[in-house]
Design a protein around this ligand. Structure first.
Ligand code: NAP
Length: 374
């Protein structure tokens, strides 16, 4: 099995470190290049603070952190966990240089030519990558693919499973973990024993807009947003990892509660069919116990890639309500991007999918995307 060299932009942050942990021993990818800010550039990665419980892989510890402008040394496929203040320009520059950037940052998510992708929800939107390359004259495998905001992923996966019942309105309140704010994140004196009823950076708008793009329809080189309305309130709570979303939803086809639960539990999609290395099976676990899901008990299930749903019950306003939970740094960030890259490579290897996938496949075969035998 060939392994593809990958880089990580923003390798020193919360999401960057999670990329390194998830890529340790990955059957398709190996980390060969890391970049971060001038504060970290020039240092050996192993000499910087490692904040995850899993060990830092020795081959990554040996790498020197590059500055963001060392584009010519970067491999053809790179993950981005850059702070949004720099991600916009940096990712565009890497894409223009012929590199495929699979990003977590918010900057390009709503760009009409950039796929906002969850492989279980809208794998067909990957076709936008081909449109992007053509419209922007990007060379080689250049381009940007994004995953949504960390709360949006759980909500969109739930709504994708319920799409068959025609979603018409959604109201969401989130209880978001501290790790969602990056490192060092929220000051402990602000967070401990407290609920902060506001998350900056347009968190609520992201839920209201990204969800509709994700559940939208790809046609003729563009995505038509899903027609339903979403109203969101986001809060920060003193939880380490795991974003909870309290969801009320209106479904035009008026299924029974049992039908809703069955649809969520039976939901499966292209990552599961292709048996992608990081694909959770099943993607959604439905809990029967009244006091689940809970971040501390459930969030690490399925290597952090599973979305949990519980408390499915009637809502006197919209018809149905439930509680969803997902790991914000894994399912909501690094794992999301990694699954996006797995889908792109799997499609390329099988010769399926859009022209963009075939381009990556061709580049892999000719060595333009550097590979190495595992
Ligand atoms: P973080 O812990 O603050 O890490 C930010 C990373 O960006 C670090 O590697 C940092 O490098 C680098 N960086 C900051 N300023 C830079 C500059 N001027 N030039 C080059 N590199 C710079 O943040 P995070 O939580 O990992 O989030 C990373 C991205 O993912 C953000 O865009 C965030 O919105 C998004 N995201 C986060 C989550 C989550 O749950 N945490 C979920 C989804 C999406 P230094 O260490 O050298 O400063």
């Amino acid at each position: 099995m060939e392994r593809i060299d990958v880089g990580i932009l923003g390798a020193t942050g919360t999401v960057g470190q999670q990329f390194i942990a998830l890529l340790a021993g990955h059957p398709w990818f190996r980390v060969t290049w890391l970049a971060a800010s001038e504060r970290s550039a020039g240092k050996r990665y192993g000499d910087l603070a490692w904040r995850l419980p899993s060990p830092l892989p020795a081959d990554v510890a040996r790498l020197e952190v590059a500055p963001l402008d060392a584009i010519d040394k970067a491999p053809s496929l790179a993950f981005s966990a850059l702070d949004a203040s720099v991600a916009g320009e940096a990712e565009a520059a890497f894409a223009a240089s012929g590199r495929l950037i699979v990003s977590n940052a918010r900057n390009h998510r709503m760009d009409p030519l950039v796929p906002l992708l969850i492989p279980e929800v809208n794998p067909d939107h990957l076709s936008l990558l081909e449109d992007q390359r053509r419209a922007r004259g990007l060379k080689g495998t250049g381009g940007i693919v994004t995953n949504p905001n960390c709360s949006v992923i759980n909500i969109a996966i739930v709504l994708a499973a319920l799409r068959q019942f025609d979603v018409t309105r959604v109201i969401v309140t989130t209880l978001q973990a501290l790790s969602g704010a990056g490192y060092p994140g929220v000051a402990s004196l602000d967070a401990l024993g407290n609920v902060i009823p506001y998350i900056g950076g347009g968190e609520e708008e992201k839920i209201e807009t990204e969800t509709r793009k994700l559940l939208g329809t790809y046609e003729g080189g563009t995505v038509r947003n899903a027609p339903f309305a979403v109203s969101a309130t986001t809060t920060r709570v003193p939880v380490a990892d795991g974003h909870t979303a309290v969801i009320s939803v209106e479904l035009a086809k008026k299924p029974s509660l049992d039908e809703v639960a069955a649809a969520l539990a039976a939901f499966t999609s292209e990552p599961q069919a292709r048996e992608l290395p990081l694909a959770p099976t099943p993607p959604i676990v439905v809990h029967q116990a009244q006091d689940r899901p809970q971040p501390r008990l459930d969030v690490h299930h399925g290597r952090g890639m599973t979305v949990h749903v519980g408390r499915i019950r009637p809502c006197p306003i919209l018809g149905y309500k439930m509680v969803a939970l997902g790991h914000n740094v894994v399912r909501g960030a690094a794992g999301a991007a990694l699954l996006n890259a797995e889908l792109i490579v799997a499609r390329a290897r099988s010769g399926a999918g859009a022209h963009a996938d075939r381009e990556l496949h061709a580049a892999t075969a000719t060595g333009k995307v550097k590979t190495q035998n595992a």
